[in-house]
Write a protein that binds this ligand. Structure first.
Ligand code: IPM
Ligand code: MG
Length: 356
């Protein structure tokens, strides 16, 4: 097949980890006889430096013209001034919104050889295979923000807004995914306090009852969910939740897999176009040192092949190559056992590509 992939490398370790994923993509095209074109475009801090904006129009146009987007990470201390009007993270939120990517899939699986890399006791990690479906284009991230001077000092607010339609579409995505997995859907909310959560609860209950009665369905308050993710993570299958809860819970869930460097994500909307990125950030402290773990980005590429290009066999080949690389002990320092050699970012990428 022919496909065009827009590559938004971004900042910090973003360029390093996307470079490794592109090596793997190249190998996939050789082995399976596809013609993949890649087109780089600017996002984040580097885009601010070069154009003054975190998401130039040209980048949106490039993404729209292609079949899928592979993204590294955005942000860094250089652009971190809290008073700045333009910030790298705005680029990331804006591209998700511009492409209508409201469902963010964040799967958490643990390779048996990496169980030791997690701070959790090994027996808790057996059989962990969960998927967080995070709503990505609504809620407190996108509501009106205000900051003003009042008589008693400064004042700020972030509005959290959800419509029934926004909730319904992501719940349907999650429920359909649950149907093809272990048939268990958990809604995470804060319905004992938040009105938006009460709407989430009502809409989800209604949709599940009417359209997904075959699923095992439950709901959980977000504070309890944070606890149960550590206490009995293997009991979860698909979690669906609002934007900010999903952001927080998936960093927590990453530690089940031992490292932020292991978790991929897919952001999807109505069509096949999607944006694929590791859940980790730009890690400026290790940028440029060859220490970054490229596996989250390589696994995001596998999700791209599966969800946007419909190449299940190829996606599986990449995932199997990642597993084989871990089994060969070719891993970066974040997941290597104490005393074992930490391999470089490029060594890991080469090893995965060679195994595809
Ligand atoms: C993520 C990140 C982003 C988010 C930041 C960088 C804006 O934490 O993708 O999880 O909060 O969505
Ligand atoms: Mg996050």
């Amino acid at each position: 097949m022919e496909a065009t992939i827009t590559v938004l490398a971004g900042d910090g370790i973003g360029p390093e980890v996307t470079a490794e994923a592109l090596k793997v993509l190249h190998q996939v095209s050789n082995r399976f006889g596809h013609r993949f074109a890649t087109q780089p475009a600017l996002i984040g801090g580097i885009a601010i430096d070069e154009t003054g904006m975190p998401l130039p129009e040209a980048t949106i146009a490039a993404c729209r013209a292609g079949d899928a987007v592979l993204l590294g990470a955005v942000g860094g201390p250089k652009w971190d001034n809290p008073n700045a009007q333009v910030r790298p993270e705005q680029g990331l939120l804006a591209i998700r919104k511009a492409l209508g990517l409201y469902a963010n899939l964040r799967p958490v699986t643990i390779h048996p050889l990496l169980i030791d890399a997690s701070p959790l006791r090994p027996e808790r990690l057996e059989d962990v295979d969960l998927l967080v479906v995070r709503e990505l284009t609504g809620g407190i991230y996108f509501g009106e923000k205000r900051r003003e001077q009042r008589a008693d000092g400064e004042w700020a607010s972030d509005l959290c807004v959800y419509s029934e339609a926004e909730i319904a579409r992501v719940v349907r995505t999650a429920a359909n995914l649950a149907r093809n997995r272990n048939g268990h859907l958990t809604l995470v909310d804060k319905a004992n306090v938040l009105e938006t959560s009460r709407l989430w609860r009502a809409v989800t209950n209604r949709i599940v009852q009417a359209e997904f009665a075959d699923l095992e369905y439950d709901y959980m308050l977000v504070d309890a969910a944070a606890m149960h993710l550590l206490r009995r993570p293997a009991d979860f299958d698909v979690i669906v939740t609002e934007n900010m809860f999903g952001d927080i819970l998936t960093d927590e869930a990453a530690m089940l897999a031992g490292s932020m460097g292991m978790l991929p994500s897919a952001s999807l909307g109505e069509g096949t176009m999607g944006l694929y990125e590791p859940i980790h950030g730009s890690a400026p402290d290790i940028a440029g040192q060859g220490k970054a773990n490229p596996l989250a980005t390589i696994l995001s590429l596998a999700m791209l092949l599966r969800h946007s290009l419909g190449l299940e066999q190829e996606a599986h080949a990449v995932e199997a190559a990642v597993a084989a690389t871990i089994e060969a002990g070719i891993i970066t320092g974040d997941i290597a056992r104490p005393g074992r050699r930490a391999h470089k970012t490029s060594e890991v990428g080469d090893a995965v590509a060679a195994r595809v």
